[in-house]
Design a protein around this ligand. Structure first.
Ligand SMILES: NCCCCC[C@@H](C[SeH])C(=O)O
Ligand SMILES: [Zn+2]
Ligand SMILES: [Zn+2]
Length: 307
């Protein structure tokens, strides 16, 4: 579509047009489905990427843009889709992966918030829902999942950037994603959610200091995946459980997916470590996405081998 670029930040309108064109141009590998609407009525499109075999294949769910201001995250999901369709058939890892598994990609989880960062407030984080009794808008979608809901690292103040919402899944965007994953939980083997910034690869738990039952395996995989990432440009990443590696934070999508039974559940915090923060320059989109592809492909291939 007109002036969409994988090495620029794209507005919601451009991303929406891109989703139509990339799925139409690659109908052998991509099918598109609307999993629901946002609060302001925008369609949440999930792209299912993989060789079409007529029956559901084991899958990985990848979402970006749950937090509106984290634009490098949204750029990564677009990059991932392009890498998948352009290297399928030539890259052995990607070809094998897409022959045996499907990757469900939600390029922009929080569309209303993302659009708001383009038009009003670049630093907006939350959804854009309104609730009676307050003029403050939105809840933090990464505190709104039903996982230790509204406990550690959250606020019940609707004006807070970490407001947990009026109840679990109060945010329609969260409910749409949770419903989709619940419906497909028998085939979804991994959940990857992409954020920025801090250069971390996090896994459960963040709602508790307790180690996950699969802590050792998740830690080893995170160490190997971050090493793969670092091998490209030397970018330093820290792997670890969320509560002690970043901060306690209940109601997160990763903890929720893990407790649902999706063992390989990871949160990426992409570049940088604070120099530009959420305002990462477009010149860093390409290197960030290239190095992140190595980590995501590592995780995906590891999961594939467990099938
Ligand atoms: N499930 C929580 C993972 C750790 C916190 C991740 C960051 C990303 Se901006 C957050 O949601 O505050
Ligand atoms: Zn975030
Ligand atoms: Zn972050």
């Amino acid at each position: 579509p007109r002036s969409h670029s994988y090495t620029k930040y794209n507005s919601w309108d451009k991303i929406q047009a891109w989703m139509s064109s990339v799925s139409a141009a690659n109908s052998d590998l991509i099918s598109r489905q609307v999993i629901g609407k946002t609060y302001e009525g925008r369609p949440m499109n999930v792209l299912q990427i993989g060789k079409k075999t007529g029956s559901p294949k084991p899958a990985i769910f990848l979402d970006c843009g749950i937090h509106a201001r984290e634009w490098i995250s949204t750029a990564f999901c677009q990059w991932f889709v392009n890498e998948a369709v352009t290297t399928y058939g030539s890259d052995s890892q990607m070809t094998s992966l897409l022959n045996q598994m499907d990757v469900y990609v939600l390029p922009v989880f929080n569309i209303d918030g993302y659009d708001y960062t383009w038009k009003s407030n670049r630093m907006w984080r939350k959804t854009r829902s309104s609730k009676s009794g307050t003029s403050c808008r939105g809840a933090d979608p990464n505190r709104n999942f039903n996982a230790g809901w509204c406990t550690l690292g959250t606020s019940s103040n609707p004006c807070s950037d970490i407001y947990c919402g009026s109840k679990p899944e109060s945010e329609i965007e969260v409910k749409n994603v949770a419903d989709f994953i619940r419906k497909n939980k028998s085939i979804i083997k991994a959940y990857i959610t992409v954020h920025s910034y801090s250069q971390l690869l996090l896994f459960p738990y963040s709602y508790s200091y307790q180690l996950a039952a699969d802590h050792a395996e998740l830690m080893h995989l995170a160490e190997a995946a971050t090493s793969a990432l670092t091998s490209l440009y030397g970018t330093q990443y820290t792997p670890g459980p969320g509560a002690t590696t970043i901060y306690p934070a209940a109601g997160g999508s990763d903890d929720w997916a893990y407790d649902l039974g999706v063992k390989y559940s990871y949160t990426f915090e992409l570049r940088d470590t604070g120099r530009y923060g959420f305002l990462l320059p477009e010149s860093q989109i390409k290197p960030t996405c290239e190095e992140t592809m190595l980590a995501v492909k590592y995780i995906a291939t590891y999961v594939q081998k467990t099938l």
